[in-house]
Design a protein around this ligand. Structure first.
Ligand SMILES: [Zn+2]
Length: 313
């Protein structure tokens, strides 16, 4: 009797492992995870490519995915408030909350200091936007940029964390996981060098991004953002911001306005009309980048190409 139970449990265990996967919220986190899970387990992404983490609501099938994953990787409630309640119900050993990691916290808080200097004039509008955070079911604090998947530095920390957790869960795969992590780090050193070189040509050129998502990328490669249309992509840009953008276009300080595939505001068309400001598109969620073990460096390259494609003109 006892033997039979043990055998049944072993079989159930084996089934559970073969169906398990690392589940990330947004696709670029999936790119990082995929580099580590290659040959070890599967990587899945919760949000559909066309969805934004800023205005997403969970479906019943999403809850099932969360429950069946061996490890759920999310940024945290600051960025993904829509997940908070479902995550709380999962066993702690199955969840990796990136906003709780010291190195990530430091990166976000450090960037905060220097954003305050350059973005003082946005203060009032942000306070107003915060009041709406709850109704819209998300949090998008302006002082802290939680789009950490756009940080080459954070991506290394994230990869290390996933590798550590995965090694705990599958100790027999530790060597493969470590090899994957080492390969990821090597690929990132190469990619960083290439992007630095590519973007050094457009360093002094001013631009506006659609929403405040790129500060980590900009800081890493020395790009000169003049600001964003909106801090929170679900809130329309304020009149004061639009006037400033108009002035910067007239003075030729702004060379490009960047839209995003998830949000296509008419305001960008109307502001650019009759001026020589360029209009580009930045895809912070890597819609067109295919999943795979080399996807993350390709994703960073796609962002670099999108910046330089407009700014280098
Ligand atoms: Zn965002």
């Amino acid at each position: 009797m006892f033997k039979r139970t043990a055998l049944t449990l072993a079989l159930l265990g084996a089934t559970a492992v073969s169906q398990a996967d690392v589940l990330t919220t947004v696709k670029p986190l999936g790119f990082i995870a995929n580099a580590i899970t290659d040959g070890v387990t599967e990587t899945k992404v919760l949000l559909p490519v066309s969805a934004s983490p800023h205005d997403y609501s969970l479906k019943p099938s999403d809850v099932e995915q969360l429950q069946s994953a061996q490890l759920v990787v999310w940024i945290g409630e600051e960025m993904e408030g829509f997940l908070e309640k479902s995550i709380e119900k999962l066993p702690k050993e199955k969840v990796l909350t990136l906003e709780d990691i010291d190195a990530i916290k430091e990166l976000v808080e450090h960037d905060d200091d220097h954003k305050d200097e350059k973005k003082d004039d946005h203060k009032h509008e942000h306070k107003h936007e915060h009041k709406h955070d709850h109704e819209h079911g998300h949090n998008h604090s302006h002082d802290e940029d939680w789009h950490i998947w756009l940080s080459p530095t954070a991506s290394i920390t994230i990869a290390e964390q996933i590798a550590e957790r995965l090694s705990q869960q599958q100790p027999e795969q530790k060597a493969k996981i470590e090899e994957n992590l080492a390969n990821f780090k090597t690929a990132m050193v190469t990619k960083n060098g290439e992007i630095e070189k590519q973007l050094s040509a457009v360093k002094g050129k001013g631009y506006y991004t659609f929403h405040d998502a790129y500060s980590h990328f900009e800081d890493a490669y020395g790009l000169k953002s003049l600001g964003s249309f909106t801090i929170n992509p679900t809130v329309a840009p304020g009149a004061k911001t639009l006037n400033k953008i108009k002035k910067d276009i007239a003075k030729h300080d702004a060379q490009c306005l960047f839209a995003e595939p998830q949000f296509t505001p008419k305001v960008i068309e109307s502001l650019s009309k009759g001026t020589n400001v360029g209009v580009g598109q930045l895809d912070p969620l890597g819609e067109k980048v295919e999943m795979g073990k080399d996807a993350y460096p390709k994703f960073l390259q796609s962002i670099a190409d999108q910046f330089s494609g407009c700014l280098a003109k």
